[in-house]
Design a protein. Structure first.
Length: 267
């Protein structure tokens, strides 16, 4: 089964990233208004919306583009042979534009200026380490499931991991350069100051590289059994390029085509 046309995948990545940006920023604004002065409750409300929204977005856009919504995921997919480097590069502007569009939409939905530059600084060493760990874990979850032939588990696993990482990291687990850029344009609960964004993005890239190395160490190649199982579940939104990570299985296997992920993506 061949992959959808690139233009369809780019539209899916743009729309999915836009919805993700709107979910992250919009739920942050709502939480701030519903629970003023209670940061813990605000975070709980924000994370609950992100987990539910990400799960739905992966299921919706996974069969079209792989539901990456995240440049780190796209380039990790390319590094493991699931996506061409050219396509990964084409995904990047769609993801960044989508996250920025979603942020602007969230601002407008809550009666705020379309663009308000965030002043929330998050550039400490603890924040950087958190982003490395959060992003590495995201890549591990996504591609471990893909290589193990468990694509149907990926939407729930990715969304659950992101929800957990929002709590166990000091940075609240952005784990996504495109979303980091989008968050700069909302001076709200979920925003990040432009001066802090480069630190986050570099940490995310480092985490992505670490995640790819860990996946290759633990899952050098998909086993024939896992590949066969993944092949049976091709229509299911599951994880980035699940289909592409299967070794050749004559006479019906096809090295192209993608099912899932993201992510997550994150938030």
């Amino acid at each position: 089964m061949s992959a959808p046309a690139l233009w369809r995948r780019l539209i899916a990545e743009f729309l999915g990233s836009a919805f993700l940006g709107a979910i992250v920023i919009g739920s942050g604004i709502a939480a701030q208004r519903l629970s003023p002065s209670d940061t813990g409750l605000e975070l709980l409300e924000n994370v609950a919306a992100i987990v539910a929204g990400l799960y739905a977005l992966i299921l919706t856009f996974g069969p079209v583009s792989g539901a990456h919504f995240n440049p780190v995921v796209s380039f990790a997919d390319a590094a493991m042979g699931g996506l061409s480097w050219r396509d990964a590069a084409a995904y990047l502007p769609a993801q960044v534009a989508g996250c920025m569009t979603g942020t602007v939409a969230a601002n407008l939905m809550f009666g705020l200026p379309a663009v308000s530059v965030s002043v929330t600084r998050r550039s400490s060493g603890a924040h950087a380490l958190s982003e490395v760990i959060a992003t590495a874990g995201l890549i591990l979850v996504i591609f471990a499931l893909a290589r193990a032939g468990r694509p149907a588990s990926a939407p729930a696993a990715v969304a659950s991991y992101i929800g957990a990482a929002c709590w166990f990291t000091a940075s609240a687990s952005f784990a996504n350069p495109a979303l980091t850029v989008g968050r700069m344009f909302s001076s709200t609960f979920a925003g990040i100051a432009p001066s802090s964004a480069p630190v986050f993005i570099l940490a995310q890239l480092g985490g992505g590289i670490a995640g790819v190395l860990i996946v290759k160490l633990l899952y050098p190649v998909p086993t024939p059994a896992s590949a066969a199982e993944a092949d049976e579940q091709r229509p299911v939104a599951a994880g980035p390029a699940v289909r592409r990570h299967q070794p050749p299985v004559p006479p019906t296997s096809h090295p192209n085509g993608s099912v899932f992920h993201p992510a997550a993506h994150r938030a």
